[in-house]
Ligand binder design. Structure first.
Ligand code: ATP
Ligand code: MG
Length: 479
């Protein structure tokens, strides 16, 4: 056997093993549909992932049964059944830990203009497979009462998978005109799988990039998040930028490329940001951290707008963290990110530079307290971001930076021993303030509370008497 043929055989064998592991679900589902006289195929991402040895709990199927019939069959079989989009022909169900989606063969028609295809159902598996986005996602495995049977691959997705390439079943221009979201999906698969786009796929995206405007921001955002969370996120971001898609959906990223100064004294901010992203990923301890990753990629987006040529010939980027945080907010709002995600990414960008004032350990306790309080729940991520944001090739300098950060973390630990740093609050609450100053509820109480909080940050915890004295003194000076 030739080398590729051997690899093909090996992959199919491992896919078969992965599917046998799911046999309790597959066999009974296969029997359910067969008894009702219907065909059933495992399809799309599930088959791709099985071949790649990364099949998860999500199992996607396609069938000739119409949606109402699917629903009736699943109702008797699954633990729970819900309708994710019956108008698209999809019924979802859960059985044990398996999440199942069964979709009627589709034979949609597209007008190359509108956002959504006119959904029509088809009668053949082949007709369904050719309308899928990429050949690697257009393979199927027949499911019978005895479990997985034939492997069906009319578009030769297996060859693409072995070669690690992303290609469309038919002409990519046609495909992307039918559904422009596929362009972003292509980039997302680059990131998730580490595959390359075929030249014709890449060229078609470059040519048709403007069509992405037909897609809602919600769907764009979902693909961007999958992209940034991929195992090969750097390649994904590069594909997003090189194809021109980024100019349409998040222009701040390619915007960082423009910041190479004519003397090349300053590193390309874009390349630096990709390195920081990779280093942040390397510091992750669990699942991909979408907030950390966006913050790492975007931490310097304020640089192009703040660049100044100094009289001494140098370049500065004063307040780029402030400008960058604002830019994050604006872009993330436009992409309709949840407020919490927007706030977190913006706050990390805002804080990423503060450590650089740490110098030789000259921060006061007050400064350390403020660092911890301002980071709040984001502190662990801030540690990772700041450590990742060191891309100097000078080993001695790099080591020095990490050691200085170790020192800051030690200072934080020491303060945490002594006081509850996670909840820095004034030593008197609103009620105590009102009582002590004889004030009704109102803005003055808030003002007093903020004063005490500032004092608390500066001085650390105070006992009740000290706090009362300080409060009364402030009030006397103020009135
Ligand atoms: P993941 O579940 O990891 O996001 P996936 O490949 O399973 O990846 P889904 O969005 O779950 O992607 O879609 C399941 C399958 O449906 C795909 O593998 C593909 O065959 C098909 N598909 C999804 N979206 C499109 C689309 N926009 N155009 C054509 N086919 C699509
Ligand atoms: Mg899926």
């Amino acid at each position: 056997m030739t080398e590729p043929a051997q690899r093909r055989t090996r992959l199919l064998a491992s896919a078969a093993a992965a599917l046998r592991a799911e046999s309790s679900v597959l066999n009974s589902l296969g029997a359910l549909f067969a008894d009702a006289g219907h065909e059933l195929y495992l399809v799309g991402g599930s088959v791709r992932d099985a071949v790649l040895g990364r099949l998860g709990n999500d199992l996607d199927f396609t069938t000739d049964a119409r949606p109402a019939a699917i629903q009736a069959l699943l109702d008797d079989w699954a633990d729970t059944v819900w309708d994710t989009g019956i108008e698209f022909g999809t019924i979802s169900a859960r059985k044990g830990s398996a999440l199942i989606e069964v979709t009627t063969y589709r034979a949609d028609t597209y007008d190359q203009v509108s956002r959504n295809p006119k959904v029509t159902f088809g009668d053949t598996l082949d007709g369904d497979l050719v309308r899928r986005d990429f050949t690697i996602n257009a393979m199927a495995v027949k499911i019978t009462a005895d479990g997985a049977a034939d492997f069906i691959d009319p578009l030769d997705g297996m060859t693409a998978l072995l070669a690690g390439v992303i290609d469309t079943p038919a002409a990519p221009q046609q495909s992307f005109g039918d559904d422009p979201l596929r362009m972003l999906r292509a980039v997302r698969f680059v990131s998730q799988l580490g595959f390359r786009l075929t030249p014709r796929t890449f060229d078609a995206i470059v040519e048709m990039v403007g069509e992405i405007d037909r897609i809602t921001v919600e769907r764009i955002r979902a693909e961007l998040d999958k992209m940034i969370c991929g195992e090969h996120a750097i390649e994904g971001v590069d594909a997003l930028v090189d194809s021109g898609l980024a100019d349409r959906v998040i222009p701040e990223i390619p915007g960082m490329k423009l910041t190479i100064d004519e003397h090349h004294q300053h590193k390309d901010v874009y390349q630096h940001s990709l390195t920081v992203l990779q280093q942040a990923i390397d510091l992750e301890t669990g699942d991909p951290d979408v907030v950390l990753r966006w913050a790492a990629l975007l931490h310097d987006i304020g640089k192009p707008d703040t660049r100044r040529h100094e009289p001494n010939g140098g370049v500065s980027f004063h307040h780029h963290e402030v400008v960058g945080a604002k830019m994050v907010r604006k872009r993330f709002r436009a992409l309709k990110y949840p407020k919490a995600v927007t706030d977190d990414v913006a706050q990390l960008v805002f804080l990423h530079l503060r450590f650089h004032g740490y110098g030789e350990g000259k921060w006061t306790d007050s400064a350390v307290r403020r660092y911890v309080t301002d980071a709040g729940d984001l502190l662990e991520r801030l540690h990772k971001l700041v450590r990742a944001d060191c891309t100097t090739r000078n080993k001695r300098r790099a080591r020095k930076l990490q050691e200085t950060y170790d020192d800051l973390e030690r200072r934080i630990a020491v303060l945490k021993e002594a006081e509850d740093l996670d909840r820095v609050r004034p030593d008197l609450d609103g009620n105590a303030i009102m009582e002590l100053l004889g004030l009704p509820a109102g803005p003055q109480v808030g003002e007093a509370w903020r004063y005490l909080k500032e004092l608390r940050l500066d001085r650390g915890p105070m006992d009740r008497d000290e706090a009362e004295v300080a409060l009364k003194q402030w009030w006397a000076e103020r009135s």
